[in-house]
Ligand binder design. Structure first.
Ligand code: FRU
Length: 548
């Protein structure tokens, strides 16, 4: 137990916000909280996300067909209408006006006797280039992967790209009669995940797709979304893990440092396993695209480990990420699946499994001479951060101690912003979803000897459902002027840390006890300062979501 009073800087307004109880987060192992897994008819409601999309029932994985159209964001997704396990893959559907409150819609496309409907994308065919809509209409056109069954006329398990279209704004979908529109020769069991976009400089459609086990992104072009011509392959000759799969590619342009005359191209490659945090994760490359070939500017040297590559997220639960088509202002708005193939089927939620991470806005910025993606929650998120539900705390220092915030800051769905100055501390940070006695909680801390930020979920609640549920996720992140700005978004089932003004994000699932609602800060072996602290309760009834 450390002397709390000694290290406390008594700012009058902050004073009232403190509970004067020092907690030692000792290393004693703690029992998992008594979580009721499926104990009643409503299932594990304590882990039903408030801010993140989850289907009411059943299994969900990748986001598919992300498109903004007529004022609505459409989120389609890999969905099993028949169970809470992966299978019978179909496209589920949800819509939102603000990317935060989602309305679940009827299943858009069902698996049938010939095929399962694997991942893909949707575009607004603004000038009816496909001819699939009535004259002068703008049909929505989906390109998806047909995963063939026996009796389909294709070898069982092979995959090809198929087309479906909607002429009622995405409510009902019609399969193109002459599917598939793109097949490999010979047919492949790993040719999937078409992502389509409009390439304005050339006036044609682009498709990126993968041969997952060959670690290659194949790029095609089309004038009508039906006939596709091969353009080029993107691969890394030295990609170190020949056993990993490349999935869910995406290719789009962004201005570098906000300069619209200096567009760079970003190639997203989701990779499983071999992620920076273990299992599934999303790499990206920045470079040029000349209408035919994507050329990355910086590639890790041969034999490099994952830390030498650029990642969309450094947590364990951000996969199959892709961007919205037709987003207002052409912004790069991204959604990822908040899970990991290492343990997705074992997570203890019922009657659903799978959530989407918070939609984010991407920008490209030069950091240390290299273009890097910068991430922020979508602009709409700021609307949830009302002053009336925010507690502000004045700056203070903590010296070799843990300090729990006052009762007014407790919550299980909250936004926490803090500027951390680790100072002389060996490690300093915060604990969210902590228990009253401090034995459980998710720790987010900076290690000054290593220059790293860590999310530690080893004592975050239920963790023993899978040995692959990795416990610590660590990222190299230099301080800026000795400081690190953190935005921590806490939900019933997850923690997302946006660090260093969006230079890094750590997204991790957690399975805490409902009563674990305390926020604390700590400094180990030295003194750290915490400033610009704001804790916003996001669980107020009018914010309770998703709306259905
Ligand atoms: C990625 C993925 C895709 C595939 C889909 C099947 O998570 O494996 O490559 O299309 O899931 O559900």
């Amino acid at each position: 137990m450390h002397d709390l009073q000694r290290s406390f800087i008594p700012f009058p307004r902050a004073l009232s916000a403190w509970l004067f109880t020092a907690l030692t987060m000792s290393a004693t192992a703690c029992a998992a909280p008594s979580a009721s897994v499926g104990a009643d008819n409503t299932g594990t409601t304590q882990w039903r996300s408030a801010l993140h999309y989850t289907p009411q029932r059943n299994w969900m994985n990748d986001p598919n067909g992300l498109v903004y159209y007529k004022g609505l964001y459409h989120l389609f997704y890999q969905y099993n209408p028949n169970g809470n396990v992966w299978g019978d893959m179909s496209w589920g559907h949800a819509t939102s006006r603000d990317l935060l409150h989602w309305d679940e819609q009827p299943v858009a496309m069902h698996a049938n006797e010939r095929e399962e409907i694997f991942s893909g994308s949707i575009v607004v065919d603004a000038h009816n280039s496909s001819g699939l809509g009535p004259a002068n209409s703008s049909p929505l056109v989906a390109l998806y992967t047909s995963a063939y069954k026996t009796g389909s006329g294709h070898p069982q398990g092979t995959q090809a790209q198929s087309l479906a279209y909607s002429i009622d704004d995405g409510q009902t979908w019609h399969q193109y009669p002459r599917n598939p529109v793109l097949t490999l020769d010979p047919e492949s069991k790993n040719f999937r995940d078409p992502k389509v976009s409009w390439y304005a400089p050339g006036g044609y459609w682009l498709m990126t797709t993968v041969v997952a086990d060959a670690h290659v992104v194949k790029i095609y072009r089309s004038n009508n979304l039906i006939d596709w011509a091969f353009l080029s392959d993107f691969s890394l000759p030295d990609f170190p893990n020949r056993g990993a799969l490349w999935e869910m590619p995406d290719l789009f342009a962004l201005p570098l440092d906000g300069d619209s005359r200096n567009q760079k191209w970003v190639m997203i490659v989701n990779v499983n396993p071999w992620s920076i945090a273990g299992g599934s994760g999303a790499m990206y490359f920045v470079g040029n695209f000349d209408g035919k070939t994507f050329t990355p500017e910086h590639v890790a040297p041969a034999g490099s480990d994952p830390a030498r590559y650029q990642w969309l997220d450094h947590g364990a639960d951000y996969y199959a990420a892709g961007t919205f088509a037709n987003s207002p202002g052409g912004e790069a708005v991204m959604i990822g699946w908040m899970s990991n193939w290492d343990y997705a089927s074992q997570i203890p939620t019922t009657p659903w499994k799978g959530a989407m991470a918070l939609p984010r806005l991407l920008a490209l910025k030069t950091v240390d001479g290299q273009p890097q993606l910068i991430f922020a929650p979508v602009e709409q998120y700021a609307r949830l951060l009302g002053e009336d539900s925010t507690t502000r705390v004045n700056a203070f220092a903590v010296s070799s101690a843990t300090r729990q915030f006052a009762a007014s800051t407790r919550g299980i769905v909250q936004n926490i912003t803090v500027t951390l100055s680790p100072g002389s501390a060996r490690r300093a940070g915060l604990i969210v979803r902590g228990s009253e006695n401090g034995e459980t909680g998710t720790r987010i801390f900076y290690d000054t000897t290593r220059g790293t930020l860590t999310l530690d979920r080893s004592r975050s609640g239920v963790t023993d459902f899978s040995n692959a549920f990795s416990k610590q996720h660590i990222v190299n992140l230099p301080l800026e002027n000795g400081k690190l700005r953190l935005t921590v978004i806490v939900d019933r089932n997850s923690v997302e840390v946006f660090a260093g003004d969006g230079r890094t994000v750590i997204t991790d699932l957690i399975f805490p006890a409902q009563t674990d609602n305390r926020v604390s800060v700590f400094a180990d072996d030295g003194e750290a300062t915490f400033s610009d602290i704001a804790i916003t309760d996001l669980a107020a009834p009018h914010r309770e979501g998703p709306r259905r």
